[in-house]
Design a protein around this ligand. Structure first.
Ligand code: AP5
Length: 213
């Protein structure tokens, strides 16, 4: 399986990726997670990316494309991969096609998680993440059993800096302007699969499973 998860910020890409990667035993590649790790470790890439991420803008294509060229050649991608947050522009999609062409492969599908802007704001403003294992919670839709503590590993839950409402609105504007054109891009290639992601997480899991059997 070589899959792209498309959709606005907060559509549930990370939540669904966690289920899909276990079910199909594929590598989960989240460009957002890789970038945040680089910011934390203060690498050159992290220092370059931070200002863009803090304001909800996209990190420049050349940085992302070279990062993904390295990542897609790692051995864990041999069994398939799930791209979460990449591609995000038409240039990135063209670069992905070229990279995979050189590896004599391609993607099977681009799954679009469809949600309204208001749902995005509600989901992201209530999101909490474990600082130790990365598990994703929501104060209303998926609360942890003990307030502020991860059910899986006991780590502390935190709110991402870019999950403030003003930054969420600018991430949404960037999505509509720069990423939404990919819907037509993958539709024209016959690869687009639409999923109603307004439904509960479990229902979305089932809808995605129906696509792949
Ligand atoms: P990134 O980390 O990729 O963020 P994003 O795409 O904005 O997506 P999110 O992680 O915010 O949301 P998600 O769809 O994974 O939702 P989740 O499952 O957590 O990118 C961050 C930044 O990095 C970008 O702004 C940019 O600067 C940079 N970047 C990354 N990739 C880049 C690229 N390719 N090019 C350039 N720049 C790049 O769910 C959200 C919440 O909703 C959670 O609380 C969850 O519990 C809850 N939830 C999920 N599903 C449901 C449901 N069905 N019902 C109710 N609640 C739900």
């Amino acid at each position: 399986m070589r899959l792209i998860l498309l959709g606005p910020p907060g559509a549930g890409k990370g939540t669904q990726a966690d289920v899909i990667k276990k079910k199909y035993n594929v590598a989960h590649i989240s460009t957002g997670d890789i970038l945040r790790e680089n910011v934390r470790s203060e690498t050159r890439l992290g220092l370059q990316a931070k200002t863009y991420m803090d304001s909800g803008k996209l990190v420049p294509d050349d940085l992302i494309i070279s990062m993904m060229k390295d990542r897609l050649q790692q051995p864990d991608c041999g069994n398939g991969f799930l791209l979460d947050g990449f591609p995000r522009t038409v240039s990135q999609a063209d670069a992905l096609e070229q990279m995979l062409g050189e590896l004599e492969t391609g993607v099977n599908a681009a799954v679009l998680l469809e949600v309204s802007d208001e749902t995005v704001v509600e989901r992201l403003s209530g999101r909490r993440i474990c600082d130790s294992c990365g598990a994703i919670y929501h104060i209303r839709f998926r609360p942890s059993s003990v307030n502020g503590q991860c059910d899986k590993c006991g780590g502390s839950l935190y709110q991402r800096d870019d999950d403030k409402e003003s930054v969420i609105r600018s991430r949404l504007a960037v999505y509509h302007e720069q990423t939404a054109p990919l819907i037509k891009y993958y539709e024209e290639k016959g690869l687009l699969r639409r999923v109603d992601a307004e439904k509960s997480s479990d229902s979305v899991v089932r809808l995605i499973a129906e696509i792949f059997g």
